[in-house]
Design a protein around this ligand. Sequence first.
Ligand code: UFG
Length: 368
Amino acid sequence: MQRSLRLFSKAERIMDLKSKKVTGKTKFSGSSAKLSRIFITGGAGYIGSHVVKTLGEAGHELLVYDNLSTGHEWAVLYGRLVKGDLADTTLLNNVLSAFRPDAVIHFAASIQVEESIREPLNYYANNVVNTVNLLEAMIRHGIRNLIYSSTAAVYGIPGTIPVSETAPLCPINPYGASKVMVEGILRDLAKARPFNYIALRYFNVAGADPKSRIGQAYAEATHLITRALKTARGEYEKLSIYGTDYSTPDGTCIRDYIHVDDLADAHVLALEYLMDGNDSDVMNCGYGHGFSVREVVAAAKRVTGINFPVLETDRRAGDTPALTADSARLRQKTGWSPHHDDLDFIIRTAWEWEKKLSPIAININKER
Ligand code: UFG
């Protein structure tokens, strides 16, 4: 580690953050007993920072690699942070060579569906080409284990819900298509090299750290729960409900909302599963049941106690009517089970975070 620390300080790109080590018992079993070195791309972002928190609490040694385009230095509660881009292959290789991780968790990606339709090349460059850069570097440095952030957007409009991993992959936007492409690349690579991966297909990730240390902090909010809460705070005049004529019981879209800490647990368990020598796989991450937009709006009003204005508008392009996860594979293979399968709890944690976020928001804009 001395060698690596010298290298980082010479590059002047590393910030030493809190490097807390907790060596006591964790709620995880199996390989977590053996502490690992884990390289986390995009670990300063919303989901990545919650996974860093969970891994850090379990005592793993972490290095976050993030270009801070949407992530934040303050969100990295454990380990070290290198400000770097996956397009910068020199820096990437130097950092991997110095840190010598046992595994990589790859979050860094562009994630907005509408933007991907407007700027497809940016999405393929960031999500596909930069992932190939990472995979090449992993192979070069003999790193065999990867947890990959995939998405329910790979299914497009599924024939049946809850959708299982064996359903056809029919993405309806470049964002989903870029994730399908990477899943294909991972499958081919695992056949050709000593390389194993778990692709986790996220459904609708929501909520925040129950202690309100971290949460969603994008410069522009697009997700339903966040927009509803910002409307309750008075940041937006009203919340639009995009479409009330879907073939669902109340006419609005249904989604499977999963608390970000339950998703973080899924990463840790998937990593343990992989490092125990199991085969590469793809696993859905959701609770298996959903809520309509109207139900989420009612819950947001209930939790906040604020009757914020709502406007019913036309459908938003690219929305699937109903999407919920069959997560039997994740549960059976890794032993995952949710702790926060409660919409009001999810919204309450997001609400506490939103109330804390306002002063931080000033810095979000400064950072950009
Ligand atoms: N919605 C509104 N008003 C808003 C925002 C959203 O009515 O202001 C609706 C949307 O039309 C949709 C539902 O709320 O029906 C959920 O929308 P989100 O934007 O919160 O989430 P999405 O389902 O569109 O997308 C999320 C992630 C994607 C991922 C997908 C997989 O953002 O990256 O879940 O399910 F692919």
